[in-house]
Design a protein around this ligand. Structure first.
Ligand code: DC
Length: 224
């Protein structure tokens, strides 16, 4: 890390609000953004497109190494994600893609295959990196490490609202079960399990507005 391109690592479980907070903080600071979960999601989609089973670690890792992705951000704040020239923006966010991502993310070879690609996002003037292991593995010397969390109940409710707003028909009970399952898979895997870095600051967003959480993160950045 150079002093001119600091990394702000924001890790935490599904539905903790990491994605939203990371984007807001990146916008406020004029920093680049790495949505590392999207890379695992894209790996799952690419593997499925190639007819590769998600438990075939070697073949999935090779797919991860060869990912042809492009993230396009637009002035209006919208973003499009392209995989091998195809717009997969909608598919990336699907619950089924998230489950596939969690499966491929458990393979050490896949994590290794995506390591340099993630580190390449570190550019001036700085980077906000959102994921599960940004502070513990990918950017161990990040200037600021935050572990953003929220109660499982609140996370399920947030995800429910997001999906409902998109017009999707979902059940809160099924979402709670999915979140519990995913938390367990992500925290119990042997490689890079979901846990705060020893030097991370913990931020519990339960009951806090997006604005309040963003403000806290920006205050911590200002203290650097
Ligand atoms: O943050 P997300 O929901 O887009 O992540 C999808 C899955 O990818 C999640 O189940 C865990 C995995 N993941 C990971 O293992 N490491 C990361 N840095 C980011 C995501």
């Amino acid at each position: 890390m150079t002093i001119t391109s600091p990394v702000i690592a924001i890790d935490g479980p599904s539905g903790s609000g990491k994605g939203t907070i990371a984007r807001r903080v990146a916008d406020a600071l004029g920093y680049h953004l790495l949505d590392s979960g999207a890379l695992y999601r894209l790996t799952a989609i690419a593997a499925e497109n190639r007819g590769i089973r998600l438990d075939d670690a070697a073949a999935v890792a090779e797919t991860a190494r060869g990912l042809d992705v492009r993230f396009d951000s637009h002035e209006d704040g919208s973003e499009r994600i392209w995989l091998s020239g195809k717009d997969v923006t909608g598919e990336v966010r699907k619950e089924s893609t998230g489950a596939g991502a969690s499966t491929v993310a458990a393979h050490p070879a896949v994590r290794e295959a995506l390591l340099e690609r993630q580190r390449a996002f570190q550019r001036v003037p700085g980077l906000v990196a959102d994921g599960r292991d940004m502070g513990t593995h990918v950017f161990t010397s990040a200037a600021l490490k935050i572990f953003l969390t929220a109660s499982a109940e609140e996370r399920a409710k947030r995800r429910y609202k997001q999906l409902k707003d998109k017009g999707l028909d979902v059940s809160l009970a099924a979402l709670s079960r999915d979140i519990d399952d995913r938390d367990r898979r992500d925290s119990e895997r042997s490689v890079a399990p979901l846990k705060p870095a020893s030097d991370a600051r913990i931020l519990d967003s339960s009951g806090l507005s997006i604005e309040a959480v963003t403000e806290t993160v920006l205050e911590w950045v200002a203290e650097l």
